[in-house]
Design a protein around this ligand. Sequence first.
Ligand code: ADP
Ligand code: MG
Length: 683
Amino acid sequence: METLKNRPITKLKGVGPKTAETLEKIGIKNYLDLLFHLPFRYQDRTRITPIALLQPSQIAIIEGEIFKKEMTHGKRPTLIVWLKDETGVIAVRFFNFYTNMIKRFDALKTLRCYGEVRYGMNRLEMSHPEVLNFMDKDTELEERMTPIYSLTSGITQRQMQGFIDNLLQELKEEHFPAFLETPDVNLKDALYFLHKPPTDVDIERLENKKYPVQETLALEEIVAHQVALKKSREHFSLEKSSPIHLDPDAISQFKENLPFTLTGAQSRVISEIENDIQSQSPMMRLVQGDVGSGKTVVAAGALIHAAKAGFQAVFMAPTELLAEQHAINLQKWFEPLGITSLLLTGKLTEKQKREAQTKIKSGEVSIIIGTHAVFQESVEYQSLNLVIIDEQHRFGVEQRLTLQKKAPKGFTPHQLMMTATPIPRTLAMTLYADLSSSIIDEYPPNRIPITTTVVSEKARDKVIERINAQCKEGTQVYWVCTLIEESEVLPAKAAEITYADLCERLPHLRIGLVHGRQKSAEKEAIMALFKAHELDVLVATTVIEVGVDVPNASIMIIENAERLGLSQLHQLRGRVGRGSKASFCLLIYSPPLSNMTRERLEIMQATNNGFEIAEKDFELRGAGDIFGTRQTGEFRFKMADLFHHQHLIEAATEIANKIIDDKALSQKLIDRWIGDSGEFVWS
Ligand code: ADP
Ligand code: MG
């Protein structure tokens, strides 16, 4: 039978082989995938809004007679076009225009344009809108709301809208069944409604996913995810792995060598792991523990058992900086136990890589610490039986699964995921339905809580004075520069500027700089200097966000803190408060602050508890944003928003349990909502 799933996207009008290849990058291979590629935003291009009715931050089409044009010269030449309609007057600004644009304006008596309304010089204006009535393109008003889709480079918004139009046209006569019992919702109508909303729709309500059809689809999607994860869990419990026989002597020796005693929570989680790894079916465990709760020693415990039992184990971290630091710490712990380890990151020279690979293949080395370089195709393991992923929320599912395939044929390694991004309970129920969970809910003793203060940029001079005084008393300081946009160049630049400024203003202090664009050796050298207290101040980008551990550093300064998510701020702040000194975190913002941002920064001031922060962040922003732009495959929902749809989770779990044995239905749901990434879960 022909289904939407087995109709390849190349059959669609307008999609050639090259476009198909591009679409595949965002997971669209067939008709079903495209049909469920739902808009994430909408534009209203169906009507003209009278000038007097415009509201700040409204996005609208306006139309009026041009009664004046002005040019301002200067750094940024601007053309201001004044419009009037029957209700009022507004200025429309154009930047970076070219001369031929002025000519085009000369030919216009009226202007129709689409853009965002903002406060300019104490009145509303529109800046750099899209012009809809230049001679060569006179755009009609739309009959439906305009859907906005996520794209990939090589496909424009217009093209994507066109493909969807063609698809809906072609499918007009077809029937799509709803798989779950949803008597009131016709799936086909629902999808047409979402792709092509009528003019009377409330865009805000739609974007917030509050229409009943959206709820129905969200329920179906959450069910699909739970079914997929439960299947994956079932699948793994049938897999075989080699039991790891424990070595209590090695562990006692390890504990004796530590300069501290494990907390109760650390000991408990280690024994949970010990229970799992002695089994013939693979461990699939998630360890959640706030920043600074001491996850690394817990991982070390598992690694020691694996190595002592004669297996290889991998410890993977998301950044080179972190992998390097882990290697230094772990090697110190492993050496007295006679356990061999090596560091494998992308930055090794070809020769070093080859040497590492030879040692891994021959089994000469037991513990491999590294970045995602550890699962590159050229790396072959002799006896891999344990995989630990640190800061697992930074990796995608696929990466985890590639590593599993590195185990000897027919065997699946034991797996331990560690995360410091605390996840609200409801969210965890859905996202980690396939994992057992351990929580480190205790901090190492004698920690003095970090005092957090939110200050305006205007107080920068005072801040600099204060760090000067503190450094003279032997304190070390992190100064984190955040990015202006999601790009690699800008934060490095911002950090360089701050670095130069601080060097000039604090000539007696030793100041270092790290950012993502430096060579690995350079980063390592600077971190080593900071760790050895050869530097007083470390200016950095967010590369130091995860894992970096320098207990003597007790002041964290974060510039433009308003640009970061709460969980990220919490992670950064967790770089201090690791020693026995009182620690401080200063969040510097550039005014003005919106109420929501103020509220968010105040949460940081009010609590040091990562779980509390996560719950609040979740409340304020919804689930999607918690994971920011680094969303991994597991978290990308098409319709469901786990915050708005929290109330559906329990019902979804019930349905998932009921239908899990119906293979055909489960598969259909997975095809529809998860597509090929679903196959990954248990292939
Ligand atoms: P996490 O990875 O959970 O953020 P780390 O493993 O980096 O935390 O540990 C944070 C710091 O606390 C490290 O300096 C570590 O040596 C130290 N530490 C870990 N466990 C204990 C403990 N039980 N008592 C005292 N210090 C500890
Ligand atoms: Mg850590």
